[in-house]
Design a protein around this ligand. Sequence first.
Ligand SMILES: C[S@@+](CC[C@H](N)C(=O)[O-])C[C@H]1O[C@@H](n2cnc3c(N)ncnc32)[C@H](O)[C@@H]1O
Length: 435
Amino acid sequence: MQKTVKAAEAISRGLIIQTTQVLGTVLSFEHPADAVLSRHFRENRDLGHRDRGFIAETVYGIVRRLRWLRRIAGATATPRQLLLAWLARGEGWPMRQFEGLASATERDWIESIKSATLDEGTVAERADLPDWLTERLLASHDEAAVLQLAYSLNRPAPLDLRVNVLKADRDAVLAKLNEDGFAAEACTMSPQGIRLAGKPALQKYPLFLEGGFEVQDEGSQLLGLLVQPKRSELVVDFCAGAGGKTLQLGAMMRSTGRLYAFDVSEKRLAKLKPRMARSGLSNVHPVLIAHENDAKVKRLAGKADRVLVDAPCSGLGTLRRNPDLKWRQTPESVDEMVVKQGSILAAAARLVRPGGRLVYATCSLLAEENDAVVDAFLAANPAFKAVSAQEVLERQGVTLATGERLRLSPHEHNTDGFFAAVLERQSSVPGAADD
Ligand SMILES: C[S@@+](CC[C@H](N)C(=O)[O-])C[C@H]1O[C@@H](n2cnc3c(N)ncnc32)[C@H](O)[C@@H]1O
């Protein structure tokens, strides 16, 4: 508690006002919270590391516990009231810390909410999730599991790195990080992963600039391992985005063969370029496509050894990092996503050569974006058969009792929530009517 009190002593009225402004913009839910924060920091370059940390952590803390805070502070509480309620109840600030920051009337109000008690509340209220999402999770989990999952999603995520195996080896990177004062340890599941304590700034760290590692959640690294690309293969990362997994696949291919990084977003693909330069990879070919049935995609029909579909999804498995998603997504947006996912998977499957592998992955926790999409695909494409994700990982030294389909969750694996299914196009079904 002493640490919180000390940090709070340095909080100025100005910082409280700025945090309230950022919070107000985030709570309009017109833009993603991380974009609102980045923009604020770009426009206020004089803000120090600690003040940025205070604004970001406070805003994320409030968004994570918004339902609880509204129960405490009132359904129509203003951003400033939510902030004061968070500092008093979420951060446990004692009354004397509000002197000079809150008016006498506000301090009376804070005192009253400090001692306010709440009834137990509904499952959704206790989980700090919207009702519709709680209902959908309850369809595949019991109440205790939903609450456990929600509590783990409502905490900040650790910082994981993936060692670039083309340039470095994990033990050497680990030793260097520890020597330079970072508290780093090897990830327990991913053989390429390192977990750091705290949130150190790494953008200017020489080993990062030289391409020795990238930031990537350990769970996301396991998805790359499921693709298991080999040297000289033709591999397609169908939804490459800024290339988190592309870079991992390229390094696993030892910068040989051809690795196509498709995406419909020019902005995301542009973010891949500097990362490619750092990584030292020369086998990556970013390709901007208009949609999943673009002619640039069709040219590779039947040619790919491996295809990864890291599908656009609700992102609800990443609530530790993007807590605003739970308030921004709707049942309708999820339903639209499911249609898109089916269409992308069908288009990507056409690229897989006989005997080749297709991996469908999401960072969603919802069965309709995961199993339902894969089940519908398998029913319509008898040439594809499921392969055990557990066995694919085992062959790479990862022991994880996941069964046929990979399911990762923060409360069980301390990773983001991920789903993946590994499928293989049978070589013995000539001309199967699957496309
Ligand atoms: C989950 S993100 C990918 C994250 C990325 N693989 C990584 O590891 O960093 C999904 C991506 O799918 C892209 N996308 C959306 N619709 C698409 C489509 N029809 N074809 C290909 N990519 C698409 C989005 O622009 C987004 O970058």
